[in-house]
Design a protein around this ligand. Structure first.
Ligand code: FMN
Length: 167
């Protein structure tokens, strides 16, 4: 597929089969994240990889979207390393690029995944569940697995609506 087809056909997948996801596949997803652009090449993202069912159950209690979390084979909580910030907004934008890279790789591999943002309200509890340092700040969790649904079609605004200046 061309990159534009990968971008256009990616959808958030929220239901997964029970088929296992290998470590090699997880590595490929993290690798896509690692190559995202970032301001001053600061690479402010940090990854956790969660497969343990008991920990997944604990994490499911931290969000309104617990059902999606419980159904996932793997969770990738993604953090901002606040100890290494050079410019907060730009570092957060870099983490966004990293998350999108991972979602595109997930789609490219035939897996399904969803970016969970609502869960960042539970930043402190997440670090407590995973035993992580205070200077990490939760930016999102990617829930993933092999898809068990054909996700609904989503719409986008037209380019005319989105373009505020063009000459
Ligand atoms: C910053 C951000 C936060 C999101 N948070 C959630 C979330 O908490 N729960 C959820 O089910 N989907 C979440 N999503 C997925 C969006 O709902 C989804 O990308 C959007 O509706 C477009 O659908 P599509 O990804 O299938 O094209 C989030 C996406 C982004 C970029």
């Amino acid at each position: 597929m061309d990159i534009i087809d990968i971008i256009r056909t990616r959808r958030s997948v929220r239901k997964f089969t029970e088929e296992a996801v290998s470590d090699e596949v997880v590595d490929a997803i993290l690798e896509a994240g690692r190559w995202a652009p970032s301001g001053q090449n600061n690479q402010p993202w940090r990854f956790a990889v969660v497969r343990d069912r008991e920990i997944i159950t604990e994490i499911s209690k931290l969000t309104h979207y617990g059902r999606i979390v419980l159904g996932a084979q793997v969770l990738i909580p993604v953090f901002l390393d606040t100890a290494r910030i050079y410019h907060r907004e730009k570092d957060i934008q870099g983490v966004g690029a990293c998350l999108q890279n991972m979602l595109l790789e997930i789609h490219c591999l035939g897996l399904g995944g969803v970016w969970l943002g609502e869960i960042i309200k539970s930043n402190i509890q997440m670090k407590s569940v995973l035993g992580l340092a205070d200077d990490l700040e939760l930016m999102a969790v990617i829930a993933l697995g092999w898809p068990a649904e054909n996700p609904r079609i989503t719409k986008r605004r037209s380019l005319d609506e989105l373009t505020v200046y063009r000459d």
